[in-house]
Design a protein around this ligand. Structure first.
Ligand code: COA
Length: 316
């Protein structure tokens, strides 16, 4: 099987900034509590003309531009999300129309909660191996502010909106992303009911239990990917973690002995953006010149489902 590499990245976050102080006026909390327990200072919310669809299309357009790949070269499009604007048409079908992607390719949404972008990268690698076109569009996008319970201080402070995208290229001889993906069905720890279930469509979570799951899952995924690829921490240029809580990242990097110059946190600015968080980090790192052609990254995600996963990703 041929592997994929990232050719370009893009991101879009809505302009509406919501600070911890803004949340003090909505629920019984304090900015200091939020910052010290989660590392979050602000998050972005869709409002007015900035919608899930507009930020998703913007991020995808920027990734195509960055990659220098015209839309007609795209062989598949996957949007990882749990908050599409409509269930039908899918967000990916919306992108087909908005960007003018070819009509003879698969475009679909994928739900693996906060691990969605990595499930999508692996799926894209499989799809491009069966496609005459060499490029794929992988997007992670969320409008979580729409599905938080504003009466629950344990969750409403955590989540934000955003979209990140990557254009990947598949070529003979390139290494696979060597995905390690897993699931453990559990509707208690983290839940977002769909319509017609009789339950409100809000996120509910047993935060402390999810925290414990995450601090074990992240180092486990790092080690599994290193083992699968025969690499060491030294062989990896950058580690990209799902941004759910700064303390989860701090504990994981300590356990894996990852030096501070090899990882990055933007959770202070965006909060937890679920499937968008990993591609948002990728896009910022690329813009800042911290990663670029030839870089080798190890990305790890975890979240509702429960789901978890890791991939070794190279930049073309
Ligand atoms: N402001 C002030 N107090 C709050 C609060 C808030 N926003 N949210 C919860 N509290 C209170 C709780 O009510 C509890 O009070 P009590 O002891 O009087 O009952 C106390 O703070 C401790 O709550 P707890 O839930 O044990 O805190 P915690 O240290 O586990 O932090 C999270 C809560 C949500 C920040 C943390 O559990 C977390 O980040 N979990 C993982 C979340 C995650 O990653 N989810 C997504 C996966 S992709």
């Amino acid at each position: 099987m041929n592997g994929i590499k990232i050719r370009g990245t893009g991101r879009s976050v809505p302009g509406k900034l919501v600070t911890n102080q803004d949340l003090e006026r909505i629920v019984d909390t304090s900015g200091e509590w939020i910052a010290s327990r989660t590392g979050i200072q602000t998050r972005r919310h869709c409002a007015g003309e900035e919608t899930f669809s507009s930020i998703t299309a913007e991020a995808a357009r920027r990734a195509l531009e960055d990659a220098g790949v015209p839309p007609d070269q795209i062989g598949a499009c996957i949007v990882a999300t749990v908050t599409p604007e409509t269930l039908v048409p899918s967000a990916a079908c919306g992108l087909q129309a908005a960007l003018g992607l070819p009509e003879d390719i698969p475009c679909f949404d994928l739900n693996a909660a906060c691990t969605g972008f990595l499930f999508a990268l692996h799926t894209m690698e499989c799809l491009l191996n069966a496609s005459p076109r060499k490029f794929g569009l992988v997007v992670g996008a969320e409008n979580l502010s729409r599905v938080v319970n504003w009466a629950d201080r344990g969750t409403c402070i955590l989540f934000g909106d955003g979209a990140g995208a990557a254009v990947v290229e598949c070529r003979e001889g390139w290494p696979s992303v060597s995905a390690v993906l897993g699931c453990h069905g559990n509707g208690e720890l983290l839940r977002l009911p769909g319509p017609e279930t009789g339950e409100p469509s809000y996120i509910s979570m047993e935060g402390t239990k999810v925290f414990k799951f995450a601090v074990e899952a992240v180092p486990w995924c790092v080690n599994q990917v290193l083992q699968k690829t025969g690499r060491t921490v030294e062989d990896v240029d950058f580690f990209v973690f799902h941004q759910a809580n700064a303390r989860i990242i701090d504990l994981a990097v300590r356990k894996c002995r990852i030096p501070p110059e090899k990882y990055y946190k933007n959770i202070a600015e965006y909060g937890n953006t679920s499937a968008a968080s990993i591609p948002l980090v990728l896009s910022e790192l690329r813009e800042q010149g911290k990663i670029g052609p030839g870089s080798r990254l190890l990305a790890v995600g975890f979240g509702g489902g429960l789901t978890w996963g890791g991939c070794l990703i190279e930049f073309a």
